[in-house]
Design a protein around this ligand. Structure first.
Ligand code: EPZ
Length: 429
């Protein structure tokens, strides 16, 4: 198992180009199941998660070609026909969002058998809202032996669906099914994350009729068929926020390019409150941080445009060195403070009670061996390592590879002393 070693205390200076959004790319890839024509996705991140989903799509009948175009990495997905409607446990387990192939499979072929994804380290993460929405669209859903058996032999029909709370995955999944349903579907209390708007823009370019994306109400007029298109994946807002926090943690000046500062407005506001220099540009943002100590500020995670739960761990890392006490409330996931005890191994002073963490800033962190249980938690430890005295070694690096493209290369290009220790065996794994 690979590890990442960081020698802290070196300020970052330079430029980092942000990759395409993981959480957009994987839903866009699933959209390719809805048409027998090729879907060309540009600005594609090359990540373990896109590879996992690619493997599943190939099993279902998608021809997948990865190539380099004028604007960088591209993936062309072509599903002439669905050769299997079965998404097995071993492939869905590797990446939860694979579950989202269920909707497109029913929409295109009238049936599917897809493994339930199960829980994960940040919480139980049920899919009841996804299944209720598919039922509302007319699918018959049965659960047996860990699998969802879905049928809609006469196709799906539009429906009015009110989500009891905001779910990114359920909103996307319902969109992916409703575009080919007969008649109109209206979604109330839908998620408004930029990745949903990106999916809607791509589906509309494929011939779908979706309006309201980016707001809490979506209207979908079903169409008979979709066609191919070329679509550029939006920049990854979580990668953008993560490097912004890395620069704030290590000090120095870093310009983040090929991205959008408005996607992380809630984060940048909090960073400015804490005393970080933030300069927004047309194509990104510059982060500046001098030697002065930052102020502790409070955050609460919320659906977009609120503070993203996927940036909570990284923000906590920043607050470990701030002056005063920061209260961090996690409202999206039930168990998303697994990074707190690991940050404490580096000398942070954090206490967690239910969905609330109290971080009392310390003068300095000290490098140690740490291990994390999910993607964003892992990268919070890397960020902390950039500021800790001495060497920090982050174990279980495979989490990072799921969602951060060329992390070590991007950080070392700005002067960070970070390198990968390849597969020297980790008794913990
Ligand atoms: C997406 O997960 C992202 N994943 C997550 O990023 C992100 O943290 C999350 O949205 C919130 O922004 C992908 O896009 C692949 P939800 P998703 O449905 O869609 C509960 C990362 O690190 N819920 O909005 O699964 C659920 O348990 C990942 O890249 C139900 O109870 O999130 C959670 O508490 C981690 N029943 C809350 O809703 C359901 O049917 C919000 O989850 C669906 C969700």
């Amino acid at each position: 198992m690979d590890r990442i070693a960081i020698t802290g205390g070196v300020p970052l200076h330079g430029e980092i180009a942000i990759s395409g959004a993981k959480n957009s790319a994987i839903k866009l890839m699933a959209a390719s199941l809805l048409t027998d024509e090729p879907l060309r996705l540009t600005n594609m991140p090359r990540l373990a998660d896109t590879r996992f989903l690619g493997r599943l799509l190939q099993r279902l009948g998608t021809e997948l070609v990865e190539q380099t175009g004028e604007a960088g990495a591209e993936t062309v997905l072509h599903t002439r026909e669905i050769v299997s409607g079965i998404a097995p446990y071993d492939l869905v387990r590797q990446m939860r969002a694979s579950f989202n192939v269920l909707g497109p499979l029913i929409a295109r072929t009238g049936q599917a058998k897809v493994s339930l994804p199960g829980g994960c380290t940040i919480g139980a993460r049920p899919v009841d809202l996804h299944l209720e929405a598919l039922r509302a669209l007319g699918a018959t859903i049965d659960l047996h032996e860990g699998y969802v058996y879905a049928q809609a032999p006469r196709g799906l029909s539009g429906a009015e669906i009110r989500f009891p709370f905001v779910s990114v995955g359920a909103t996307e999944h319902t969109l992916l099914a409703a575009v080919l349903a007969r008649g109109q579907t209206v979604l109330h209390n839908a998620a408004a994350e930029p990745e949903i708007e990106d999916l809607a823009v791509c589906l509309n370019a494929m011939g779908a009729r979706i309006s309201g994306a980016g707001t809490s109400s979506l209207v979908i007029e079903g169409v008979d068929r979709l066609h191919g298109t070329t679509h550029a994946v939006i920049p990854d807002r979580i990668e953008t926020g993560t490097y912004a926090l890395a620069a704030a943690m290590a000090g120095g000046e870093v310009r983040l390019t090929a991205t959008r500062s408005d996607f992380i407005a809630a984060l940048l506001d909090r960073m400015e409150e804490a005393g970080v220099g933030v300069e927004r540009h047309e194509d990104g943002v510059t982060i500046r941080r001098g030697p002065e100590r930052l102020r502790a500020v409070e955050i609460e995670t919320d659906p977009y445009p609120g503070f993203a739960t996927d940036l909570q761990a990284q923000f906590m890392a920043l607050m470990t060195l701030a002056d005063g006490e920061s209260v961090i409330r996690e409202t999206i996931f039930e168990n998303r403070f697994m990074h707190a005890p690991e940050l404490s191994r580096l000398g942070a002073d954090i206490s967690v009670s239910g969905g609330e963490a109290r971080v009392r800033g310390v003068e300095a962190l000290e490098g140690a061996q740490v291990m994390a249980t999910d993607l964003r938690a892992s990268v919070s430890l890397v960020i902390a390592g950039l500021a800790a005295r001495g060497e920090t070694v982050v174990n279980r690096v495979y989490h990072l590879d799921r969602g951060f493209e060329r992390l070590e290369a991007k950080l070392s290009a700005c002067g960070a002393r970070i390198h990968r220790i390849v597969g020297d065996g980790d008794p913990e794994d």
